[in-house]
Ligand binder design. Sequence first.
Ligand code: AMP
Length: 366
Amino acid sequence: MSAATPPLPPGSVIGIVGGGQLGRMTAVAAAELGYRVHVFTPERNSPTEQVAERAVVADYEDQAAIRDFGEKVDVVTFEFENVPAETVRRLAELAPVRPNWECLAICQDRVREKTFCNDLGIGTAPWREVNSLDDLTRAIADLGAPSILKTNRLGYDGKGQARIQADTDPALAWHEVGGQPCVLEGFVDFTMEVSVITARRPGGAMAAFDVVENRHKNGILDVTIAPANIPEALADEARAIGRKMTEAMDLVGLLAVEMFVTRDGRLLVNEMAPRPHNSGHWTQDGCKTSQFEQFVRAVAGLPLGTVQRHSDTVMRNLLGDDALLWEQHLSDPENKLHLYGKAEPRPGRKMGHINRLYPLGSRPKG
Ligand code: AMP
């Protein structure tokens, strides 16, 4: 893709694959820049459909629907990366697809993701590919316990994972993850989890938001603290890792990279996502340009916005019933409430989030 790729003029249609909250907030940002949004999702009345001009509601493999969607958009992007290769290939015949298939393919598959990092000289937890119970037994012998068995594909928010302790029966763990291709990861004794979101536009210009701290509960992001309370040199290193990975994939759009900070102050990449990320929601209120606006700018080939943080920010996810307390959340005028339009507050389901701003440099504790 050359630097001469012309920007999409206002009024163009951005096609988003996936109908969740990330698509919803991207669609709102796109509308602010004068674009129209079409969404392709199997889900009826999805969070994105509620704010989009048009929704194609169909299975990701429905050929007629793929054509119907792809023919009417000027660019295609994703708020959900686990889309079949063939769907992306067909869409690419109909409109530019940003980010490209290679980026999605690497991020869909933990073996490819970790190999990609290690080939770039970027550290990860020690890991082994596991395709059978025999592999698992050998991998446990190699990496020891505690360790974590993760399905190679379609794992998110701690789903598709089994903890291995010294007394765990490998056969039970193998059963727990459904006996499908996995990786076994050595358990990282981390002091903090951080992430960095890098934007890259056609032609290669990049900008990274501040490195943030992420705290998880039950494998699901609970709180993000911006900025992370880490030495500046380590934050620079995290941003350098994000840039290196983004460039190596020739990614256009956003790349979110989650990392562990080890006790001896090293960064190990845990996973990455080629799209807006939950750990970037703080930018909606804490930065001059939000991750969603930046995503739209990158995908539409516009100049990137400033990533300057104007306030320190704490983002807290609202899961399940927590979102039913919206009136209570709003009664504190300092709370910036964002809700996703989901009707059913199932336990653990991401329903919304709250951003709270603090003076720059005040280092909120979360
Ligand atoms: P994941 O779905 O891979 O992002 O894992 C969800 C959460 O589980 C991470 O954010 C960590 O808190 C924890 N976790 C995952 N992998 C490891 C690991 N290798 N060592 C320690 N903790 C981990």
